[in-house]
Design a binder for this molecule. Sequence first.
Ligand code: ASP
Ligand code: MG
Length: 454
Amino acid sequence: MLVMKFGGTSVGSAERFLTIVDIVRKTSEEDGAPVVVVSAMSGVTDLLIKAAQEAKDRNLDAALDVLDKIHEKHKDCIYTLFQQSSIVDELVEDLESHLNKLDIILRGVSYLGELTKRSLDAISCFGELLSSLILATLLKKKGIESKWIDARTFMVTDNVFGKANPLWETTTAKAQGTILPELADNRVVVTQGFIGSTANGITTTLGRGGSDYSAAIIGVACEADEIQIWTDVDGMMTADPRVIPDAMVLSTVSFQAASELAYFGAKVLHPLTIKPAIEKNIPVRILNTLKPDAKGTVIADEGDADQPIYAIASKKSITALFFSSLNMLMSHGFLAKVFTVFDKYRTPIDLIATSEVSVSVTIDNTENIEPILENLHELCETRVMHDVAIVSVVGTHFRAKSGIAGRVFDCLKDINIIMISGGASDITLSFVVSNEDANKAVKQLHDHLFQKVK
Ligand code: ASP
Ligand code: MG
């Protein structure tokens, strides 16, 4: 059994909905009825949050204008998809009954001038409810038996509004009880990503971008064979295709490597959201709705051990900090003191390189750099370099192989390497160069490493 999650752009227009019908039909024929999890139409969650903010600021008219926009967007989509008036009437009635509830909530928020996280969840859940209604109806119209299920009937969460966590035991039992009988009768289940409810029936959301997480939770609960994340890119790539036009799609990536790549802006999906699936050994496949026949990328526990290097990633405009203190020669506690300051100012450190009396780090978030440097001045000499870039070679089992570092640096002889960090993980070798050199380094590495690896 498959769980297929379609993101916001995959349900972004009437045309996209029709593409999904074709994809779901093919899967149903080949693998049996799947569970289809949908996001809100692209931009709709943002609009809902905007309406909520306007209401909170007591701009009720502005909030209701946003509501109108949401209404129009879905109505346009419905009229484009369905010509038959009885279906249109029924669907528009459903749409309006949901939007009437939203209208009431917005008026309440505006009356009080107060927006709790709980109220925000009650508002932001509507995008997924509406997109899933349209899809379920469309599947039926196209001759595919489907059942719309409100995810709040099985996705039971704690009450951390805005970032709720599933209560696994209850959710598993309920998801199996509501979803599996439908699939057994060969009905496609259409449900919502992102939303859930507390045990008392109060609506919650799993956090922005939470539909991937929903798909993983449903996949684990119903013991799916595979979880598919349908999006608008081909999968994870050997490099950023904007920098390397001939970058290739990766067929298999380990979960750990996917996490490293995500830091470098491969915003295909947030790997933590699929962690439960990986832990249960359910592969997660990333696929492109616009190229349904392409194989995409599979993220699995182990990845492809035969492929030593997966990708070259880079992240520009980060800051490198260099600390050194001669007093620290042969003594202990220097690193602990340095890291305590970063901890105090809640600043994550990304790369580190150390020597006996010095330590260099890179940071992404420079919000508290002033107080950090002030604190550290007492302890050591400090130097700051802004606007540098991390370049990272991501692969598998680096520690067990010889020659990786040699191959990496061999092709970078003309580039000034500011700092190197390797060996911390078994799957990355990272270094820092100037922003200007970053693309050149990625290109030279990609040319050199992939032509030899292949
Ligand atoms: N619609 C939600 C959001 O935009 C959830 C999702 O798309 O995954 O954050
Ligand atoms: Mg989204």
